[in-house]
Design a protein. Structure first.
Length: 242
């Protein structure tokens, strides 16, 4: 499942093109992390990894510093993390993660996208059984690293998938294992390229090329919204199809 997610994410980042959109979304995540855990990366594990993520995306340090300052400013409205769930065209499950300072605006925009593009917004929790909440870490693939041996060491921490992808080692684990896996690599002196949370479908649905076009239009519309951080579906990715 992890490989399919990585292919989709790579295509999304290429399609976005404009790095300003990536920076905006990273900035919101940094603000949320600071609001919840403080501005010191030394004691805020989530912030520490987000700063590393920003480096991986070539986000200027000034942008990171501004996001942290905004978060500790009393005049700044705090972002809320909201999840919206529904079904897109042809019964494809769609889960939308957002970070917003105006939930009324965000839910209206999300509902409008579903309605206009052949889907319907559902109730909170309606897709809980379809997606597994996972954490993902990426580290550099270096000479001498034995992936099978590393996987055996990480199993007890909650890691259930590990593979090489485009010169990096991708580690997938349970949502709850995030802190333990992060601590393991930091204790080993291994630089974490990025760390994030994702939703992996427990089962995927085959679609025709024509259906895929319609579903991708909904995904694109949702991802165009500045309040939307991630969009996950249970549509089978092209590289997995027979």
């Amino acid at each position: 499942m992890g490989r399919a997610y990585e292919y989709r994410k790579a295509r999304k980042m290429k399609r976005w093109g404009n790095m300003a959109r990536v920076f905006t979304k990273l900035g919101k995540e940094i603000e949320i992390a600071v609001k919840s855990g403080g501005p010191d990366p030394g004691s805020n594990t989530r912030l520490r990894v987000l700063i590393q993520n920003s480096k991986a995306e070539n986000m200027p340090k000034d942008n990171v510093d501004r996001a942290i300052k905004r978060a500790i400013s009393k005049d700044t409205t705090a972002y809320k993390e909201m999840i919206y769930e529904g079904y897109g065209p042809f019964g494809i499950a769609v889960l939308v993660e957002t970070a917003t300072d105006n939930t009324t605006r965000t839910v209206a925009n999300v509902r409008c996208a579903f309605n206009k593009l052949g889907g319907s917004l559902g109730t909170s929790g309606c897709l809980g059984f379809i997606f597994d909440h996972k954490c993902v870490f990426k580290i550099a693939m270096t000479e001498g690293v034995d992936i099978e041996e590393l996987e055996l060491e990480l199993i007890d921490l909650g890691v259930d998938e590990l593979f090489e992808f485009e010169g990096q080692i991708h580690i997938y684990g349970t949502f709850e294992s995030y802190g333990a896996v992060q601590k393991y690599f930091e204790d080993q002196g291994v630089e974490i390229i990025s760390g994030e949370f994702v939703r992996i479908p427990t089962e995927t649905k085959d679609v025709t090329p024509e259906h895929r076009v319609a579903i991708e239009k909904l995904i694109d519309k949702l991802e165009d919204d500045d309040d939307v951080v991630n969009v996950f579906t249970n549509m089978k990715e092209e590289e997995d199809e027979e």
